[in-house]
Design a protein around this ligand. Structure first.
Ligand SMILES: [Zn+2]
Length: 189
């Protein structure tokens, strides 16, 4: 008798766990699909804006079979916090191409550092961030740029690897400590 009850309880637990996993997988997928900073064209201003989708909420919505997609943050907020969030259609249609990380990775892909001519390796979250050289000859890390300004920055800046960015920054901050060997040897010739 007790063996039968144990079997029933086990069967119920296994069924409940299977149901949970079955619902959790699409929920996690939704979360992964919408997390991170995205760039959209604001339907109101037609300018690029940076937004965050409430990805955790969207994942829970999928889990409970009540899909909800809304913004958690926008570069136009708090001024326009009451907007219709119509830009969400752009992210829904193509979340990968709106993701800032993918936009940045695509820009560096196939490019070479403007200083050392070394080609950029595919971007990795754990690597040092590559940098950019502006028309003012200053290098900056792409992470220090406001995301909504990146398309504009990419049009006017050149790619710089992390090593050259560090060297150039050091050269700028401590010019008295830098000896340019190539330049020195040319000068003494
Ligand atoms: Zn370099």
């Amino acid at each position: 008798m007790s063996v039968t009850i144990l079997t029933i309880v086990t069967a119920v637990l296994v069924l409940a766990a299977s149901l949970f996993v079955l619902r959790a997988i699409p929920g996690v997928r939704t979360y992964l699909k919408f997390r991170g900073k995205h760039l959209v064209t604001c339907p109101e201003t037609h300018k690029t804006e940076a937004v965050d989708v409430a990805a955790g909420e969207a994942g829970l919505g999928t889990f409970f079979n009540e899909p909800t997609l809304r913004l958690k943050e926008c570069s136009r907020w708090p001024e326009r916090q009451d907007c219709g969030q119509e830009c969400l259609h752009q992210i829904e249609a193509d979340p990968r191409n709106c993701l800032v990380w993918n936009i940045v990775a695509k820009w560096y892909e196939g490019k070479k550092c403007v200083f050392c001519r070394k080609p950029f390796a595919p971007m990795n979250q754990w690597d040092h961030a590559p940098a950019l050289l502006g028309q003012n000859f200053l290098t900056i890390e792409w992470r220090d740029v406001r995301p909504e300004e990146l398309p504009q920055i990419f049009a006017t800046h050149q790619p710089v690897c992390w090593n050259c960015h560090v060297t150039e920054t050091f050269r700028r901050v401590h010019p008295e400590l830098v000896t340019d060997r190539a330049y020195e040897s040319r000068r003494t010739m």
